[in-house]
Design a protein around this ligand. Sequence first.
Ligand code: 6GU
Length: 225
Amino acid sequence: MRIDILTLLPELLDGPFSASILKRAQDKGLVEIKMHNIRDYSTDKHKNVDDYQYGGGAGMVMSIEPIVALIEKLQKERTYDELIYMTPDGKVLEQNVCNELSLKKNLIILCGHYKGIDERIREHLITKEISIGSYVLSGGELAAAVLTDALVRLIPGVLNNETSALTDSFQDNLLSPPVYTRPPEFRGWKVPEVLLSGNFPEIEKWREKKAFERTVQRRPDLLDE
Ligand code: 6GU
């Protein structure tokens, strides 16, 4: 998979992509993540990338020209499956969308800033608009990092068996059951007996029951889906 991230603040994304699973996936050649600074595509002599909004009002709008210049440059090099715009008024990200997107070959992720991007980019170029929840971030970069992480870990070969994404919370619309490790008792706090029993059908039954109970208590909305 190849992911091109279009941003005004590439340095915000250096951290998340240079450690742990996202780094390993890139080192293994399973994903190529490229950052592009929109400012490099500004056509004006002051390297401006934003402007006042038509009709007046507070807040700047990201201009159409640099973004389109960058997108068209990338589209000359390869065909993109989706052109994603990270925005608080997009569709809230859920696991099923991550599953779908993880099967794609080439993605563009555009990070918004200020009041947002000129609406004509959304009308004519963007194919998917994604939010990561009902709150506002200073920009789309951290949301793009969240989306990228959620996708890349699903690419076959990125996770090993022990960390397989198939047993993640949400994959079956259930939260994950509680987990424990040694010691079996700490300050009198005991690990549930069944987990120490070696009786794997019973352990599996217990985990299913706990996953269901947890989902009922914490996320009953998942069970309606
Ligand atoms: Cl994608 N962008 C911004 N700026 N804020 C958000 C968001 C995205 N998702 C939730 N809040």
